[in-house]
Design a protein around this ligand. Structure first.
Ligand code: FES
Length: 180
């Protein structure tokens, strides 16, 4: 992760490789923003401007994309970002109870980061895992499904200890015969 919001020659070469896949630079906004977030840890306004200038696209367009997807972080976040789904299916199955439990446990509200910089909590829209509600996503990566208070305790304990938590990986129906 870099502190200075600039792209070096290596970054620019990678961005060139990404944009070359598309007929227009605008179509490469998502992969370039992912690349930028990976490098800087977030896509705050300074990173949005950098991406806009690099792709020669209006900043307003980049802002629109970043603010549409909760997966893009508009400010520096904790080492672990816990996206608690509070959309309909998760809500009906206790998503807000899970969110409240997590907020009390970490002593922060959704949208905040713990003072030690370890955890951020976000309340997010549907993550496409409604059948496993209530669920959360850890730092744009693994899902933890069918949440309970006990599972939250185990998850936080594992992440704090730097361990790989026991993420759940439910097989999709099309994979049930063993095919991938
Ligand atoms: S409503 Fe939570 S994953 Fe769809």
């Amino acid at each position: 992760m870099s502190d200075t919001n600039t792209f070096d020659a290596t970054d620019l070469a990678e961005i060139e490789r990404l944009t070359a896949k598309y007929p227009e630079k605008q179509a490469a906004v998502l992969p370039v923003l992912w690349y930028a977030q990976d490098k800087f840890g977030h896509t705050d306004p300074s990173v949005q401007k950098l991406v806009a200038d690099t792709l020669n696209i209006p900043e307003a367009h980049i802002y629109g994309v970043v603010t549409f997807y909760t997966q893009f972080y508009e400010k520096p976040m904790g080492r672990h970002v816990l996206d608690v789904c509070t959309c309909l299916s998760c809500q009906v199955c206790g998503g807000y109870d899970i969110l409240q439990y997590l907020e009390e446990k970490l002593e922060i509200k959704a949208g905040e980061t713990t003072p030690d910089g370890e955890f951020s909590i976000q309340s997010v829209e549907c993550l496409g895992a409604c059948g496993y509600a209530p669920m959360l996503q850890v730092t744009n990566d693994k899902f933890v499904n069918h949440l309970t208070h006990k599972k939250i305790d185990k998850l936080i304990e594992a992440l704090k200890a730097g361990k790989k938590p026991e993420f759940e990986s439910n097989r999709m129906p099309q994979h049930e015969n063993g095919s991938e």
